[in-house]
Design a protein around this ligand. Structure first.
Ligand code: 5AD
Ligand code: FES
Length: 354
């Protein structure tokens, strides 16, 4: 029964809300294995056993937002705040380039210290110095005009997780000044501008139901993003959700598998959060259909200050080793990190339809 639904998803790339609920609710170790096997085949058809790497540069941990789940939320007074200068950001890119990264992801809190001109200036410099690299922004909600300006300056991709597709659930994760409608509008605008767009959500966030997850999948089915970032929710001790429990590896992997079948050529990271709740989480994520890793490229001195959740991995002194560590970890499971921009095959196959 469940296998038939998985077959249907693999063939038609879509299911109904009831079918997603049914699949998630009734999953068991056997259906999981069946799903992962199919997901790996689809992944290999489009991407072989290559793993795309993104160098993540966490350039500011100032944030004007106050999301209840996030460790760098505005009202956490125990964060040592930092901003990287443009020169420090370019140093990260230089180091990353030498390590073989051909995508840089600029991620930060929503920090009004940087106006559009500052961001445009950083984008232009990175693209001038590294014209063969893709540049991804992950800097939150902005106006259409700002998104347009960043795109014209050379940004190729934009990550903005929708966090949850259910408005009521959204309101329990965010303060009233953040709206689920505006979040979705931003994603639509980013797509229309021409960015390769990534959305996604946390698995096991407080109050999340199976129905919410089905709605998240339906939302992705409708949005048709080029990238999907999902990882387990992990509590941070200085947030209102300090006492909540983490999402599980098991459910995160199941959803990765479903997303691979729904969006066959999607760029799907095995996230740091997954590696944090499970020492083999990233390997398991790749084996469930993921094809991207996003190791940290931020300078060692700031890595332990970008703590969205507790116990984040790769924040110690040994963090410069991530590149080699991941190479070794992937080789051990028969996968191969590559020096490549790692664009979505959706685009190369001419399916970049908005
Ligand atoms: N646990 C897991 N993921 C988190 N994020 C923020 N806080 C947490 C947390 N406590 C995720 C959000 C955000 C991304 C940058 O990190 O989904 O979009
Ligand atoms: Fe960072 Fe292994 S990936 S130390």
């Amino acid at each position: 029964m469940m296998k038939q639904l998985i077959d249907k998803l693999a063939e038609e790339n879509r299911l109904t809300r009831e079918e997603y609920i049914d699949l998630i609710e009734n999953r068991n170790p056997e259906t999981c294995e069946y799903l992962f096997d199919k997901a790996r085949k689809v992944r290999e058809k489009h991407y072989g056993r290559e793993v795309y790497l993104r160098g993540l540069i966490e350039f500011t941990n100032y944030c004007k937002n106050d999301c209840y789940y996030c460790g760098i939320r505005r009202s956490n007074p125990n964060v040592t705040r930092y901003r990287l200068t443009k020169e420090e950001i370019l140093d990260c890119c230089n180091e990353g380039y030498l390590l073989g990264f051909r995508t840089f992801v600029l991620q930060g809190g929503e920090d009004s210290h940087y106006n559009d001109t500052d961001i445009v200036d950083i984008i232009r410099d990175i693209k001038r110095l590294y014209p063969d690299c893709a540049l991804t922004l992950s800097i939150g909600e902005h106006s259409l005009e700002s998104y347009q300006a960043f795109y014209e300056a050379g940004a190729d991709r934009y990550l903005l997780r929708h966090e949850t597709a259910d408005s009521n659930h959204y309101k329990t994760l965010h303060p009233p000044n953040l709206s689920p409608e505006f979040r979705k509008q931003c994603l639509q605008e980013l797509k229309e501008i021409g960015y390769q767009v990534g959305s996604g959500f946390m698995v096991g966030s407080p109050g999340q139901t199976i129905e919410n997850l089905a709605d998240d999948l339906l939302y992705l089915q409708e949005l048709q993003p080029h990238m999907v970032g999902i990882g387990p929710f992990i509590p941070h001790h200085d947030t209102p959700f300090a006492g909540e429990s983490s999402g599980t590896t098991e459910l995160t992997l199941f959803l990765l598998g479903l997303i691979r079948l729904m969006l066959p050529a999607v760029l799907l990271p095995a996230t740091t959060a997954l590696g944090t709740i499970d020492p083999m989480g990233r390997e398991k994520g790749i084996l469930a259909g993921a094809n991207v890793l996003m190791p940290n490229l931020s300078p060692i001195k700031v890595r332990n200050k970008y703590m969205l959740y507790d116990n984040k991995i790769c924040t110690g002194d040994e963090a410069a080793e991530c590149r080699n560590c991941l190479e070794g970890r992937m080789k051990l499971i028969g996968y191969n990190p590559v020096v490549d921009r790692g664009d979505s095959k959706m685009i190369q196959e001419g399916k970049n339809n908005v």
